[in-house]
Ligand binder design. Structure first.
Ligand code: TSJ
Length: 640
């Protein structure tokens, strides 16, 4: 039968395709770290969100199952189960062909807003097993796969029916393949914040989250009927706002734009961009379009109102955005991304359309709300004033005259000037700093001790941030300046150290310090994180000293548990309370020596998780700013 032949032929190419995914998973999901792992869930959720956007699905549920698998289900139409042109069931095609998504979806809407634009077949390829249940036409169908290969026998090319139902929808359960991923435990906090974000971006959608891996399952509902207006409102929930949230939308050239913004009485901007419901960490054309027209319009008004006199210079873009919280969400039929993590929107037409819609709408609004306009210009005036007084100080501070390390006082710099070889340790406390200075390899390792807690840059004005001694020293030592938002003064090519290593105690205070440092880098030097220069040192909690055999450092309680099981004979256990307690030899072995130390590479998600927005997205029941290091300790990789 001709049909049978073509089925075999297509199934061969299918397996070759998925084999490619298994061979080079990073190409499809970015990485095989926890970040890539969580991405599997988002990929499946995005498919269900597409069904919502097509107008057929109002609820999506994500369950983290006790066995380590995840289930994502919706109440949409159900993936079509009928025979597709190639003699394969449509559902099989979705799960075994690369980029099959939308193939028989004739709406103009395109799926891929995603980081890497991969589909459900990639998730399938990277799962030890995956089961699909489809409720459609009165039946419940089921199909399953192992490592991408179908394991269910079709009957006459059709999916087996395992029950009857009046409902419709799709449910996918998958268990990530532990031979592919470094770790297979999903990070619930990231899933929650992503679902909450999705709720804000899709006001008619309800998302449920369930974590059944814990003794007491956690169940959350995310529903945000006020959309991005509610997103901005909630981001500003604990702040002093100076007007109600302003919100508008528009469409042109097939691109739709939605904007919400509100000013608060604070000294920083917080502007988030989304394309097709996916967050663009590196911003992009939608943000540039918004920012440039905003600057022009506010400057025009300021001149019209004679707030800016003829002799005055224009407000800068940063002045105009002082205190602004904004969400800009575009839907684009064919999004392109660039940048270090492919999260920067690159379509020029998006800039054009966002600028047009924003220009029209904010002028319409401000013409009718002069008081709000005056308050907004007031924010820009305050910023301009501070900017001018700071400008001199800043030029002094950041003048990159010479490598004036002496002026950094406490920095014990390394001798080498070969940045690719150099490391700087930011060490909490003077006593640990002292030991580290003794212990280090002074050729390549610089030590910067910092005292006590560092400033929380999310709560402080830019002038305070720049006046802070610890922060000044860091900016000076790193050598690349700083930026508020993108495209400012930051120049990563001047970075003097390949690795910036945060070294704090393995306790709550230490975790807090790490969090504050990450927040600082995230806000003012995000490229450091994007380009993989920031690490957290993972000092051990214990040293096991057996009566016979070699001493061993144990990095967490799990390691201790394993050691107890493994080790039959007697041993003495030394517990380290803090870095300050180690002598320099111990500090060298445990934390400084590249051969033996444990470092965790900080990813942008880690930094974002430490930020205020995430705190808000995860809801109030989550204890704020909990021990960051502990939670992430299991992700630590030996840096070899
Ligand atoms: F990613 C996935 F494939 F695994 C997946 C897809 C996972 C989940 C949870 C849901 C979905 C999904 C797909 N939900 N709804 C749909 N819809 C379709 O695939 C669909 C249904 C009907 C028609 C039609 O033209 O009648 C077309 C499509 C694309």
């Amino acid at each position: 039968m001709a049909k049978k032949e073509s089925y075999d032929a297509s199934s061969i190419t299918v397996l070759e395709g998925l084999e490619a995914v298994r061979k080079r998973p990073g190409m499809y999901i970015g990485s095989v770290s926890t970040k890539g792992l969580n991405h599997l869930i988002y990929e499946i959720v995005d498919n269900a969100v597409d069904e919502h956007l097509a107008g057929y699905c109002s609820e999506i549920r994500v369950v983290l199952n006790a066995d380590g698998s995840a289930t994502v289900s919706d109440n949409g139409r159900g993936i079509p189960v009928g025979m597709h042109e190639k003699g394969m069931s449509a559902e099989r095609l979705v799960f075994t062909t690369l980029h099959a998504g939308g193939k028989f979806d004739d709406s103009a809407y395109k799926t891929s807003g995603g980081l890497h634009g991969v589909g459900s077949s990639v998730v399938n390829a990277l799962s030890a097993r995956l089961t699909v249940q489809i409720k459609r036409d009165g039946y419940l169908y089921e199909d399953s796969y192992e490592r991408g290969n179908p394991v269910t026998q079709l009957e006459g090319g059709l999916l087996p029916v395992i029950g009857r139902t009046k409902e419709t929808g799709t449910s996918v359960t998958f268990l990530p393949d532990d031979t592919i991923f470094d770790r297979t435990r999903f990070k619930e906090d990231e899933v929650k914040s992503r679902l909450h974000e999705t709720a804000y971006l899709n006001p008619a959608l309800t998302l449920f989250f369930e974590d059944r891996r814990r003794e007491e399952p956690e169940i959350l509902t995310f529903r945000e009927p006020d959309g991005i207006m509610g997103f901005v409102r909630d981001m500003n929930r604990s702040k002093e706002t100076i007007h109600d949230v302003i919100c508008f939308r528009g469409e042109s050239e097939g691109i739709s734009v939605e904007v919400a913004f509100q000013y608060v009485n604070e000294f920083h901007e917080n502007i988030l961009g989304f394309c097709n419901n996916i967050y663009n960490a590196e911003g992009g054309t939608h943000l540039t379009g918004f920012k440039s027209v905003f600057t022009t319009v506010i400057n025009n008004y300021a001149r019209e109102l004679n707030i800016l006199k003829e002799k005055d210079a224009n407000f800068t873009g940063a002045d105009v955005r002082n205190g602004m919280t904004a969400v800009i969400s575009v839907k684009h039929p064919d999004p392109r991304f660039e940048g270090q993590t492919k999260t920067k929107l690159d379509n020029q037409d998006a800039a054009k359309v966002v600028a047009k819609v924003t220009g029209d709408e904010i002028q319409r609004y401000f013409d009718r709300n002069l008081e709000v306009l005056k308050n907004v210009i007031g924010c820009a005036e305050k910023a301009a004033k501070i900017r001018k007084t700071e400008e001199k100080a800043k030029t002094n501070l950041l003048s990159r005259q010479k490598f004036s390390f002496d002026s950094n006082g406490k920095l014990a710099n390394c001798e080498s000037r070969d940045a690719s070889q150099c490391e700087i340790f930011i060490v909490e406390g003077d006593s640990a700093g002292g030991s580290a200075k003794t212990a280090r390899n002074r050729m390549y390792q610089a030590i910067l001790p910092i005292r006590g807690k560092i400033l929380n840059v999310e709560k402080a004005s830019i002038d305070k941030v720049l006046a802070n001694a610890e922060i000044k020293t860091m900016i000076n030592a790193f050598g690349c300046g700083f930026s508020e938002g993108y495209g400012n003064d930051f120049d990563i090519s001047r970075l003097r150290y390949d690795k910036i290593i945060i070294m704090a105690d393995a306790d709550v205070d230490g975790a807090h310090i790490s969090t504050l440092l990450l927040t600082l880098f995230y806000r003012f030097m995000p490229e450091l994180i994007y380009e993989g220069h920031v690490y957290i040192a993972m000092p051990p909690l214990y040293k096991a000293m057996p009566a016979k055999g070699k001493e061993e450092y144990l990095y967490d309680d799990k390691a201790l548990e394993r050691y107890r099981k493994r080790h039959k004979g007697p041993f003495t256990l030394q517990r380290y309370k803090g870095l300050g307690e180690m002598d320099s030899q111990q500090l060298w072995e445990t934390t400084l020596d590249p051969e033996t130390r444990l470092l965790k590479l900080v990813e942008i998600e880690d930094a974002r998780m430490a930020s205020e927005i995430t705190e808000m997205l995860m809801g109030t029941e989550v204890p704020p700013r909990k021990a960051f290091i502990y939670e992430h300790a299991t992700d630590a990789q030996l840096d070899i």
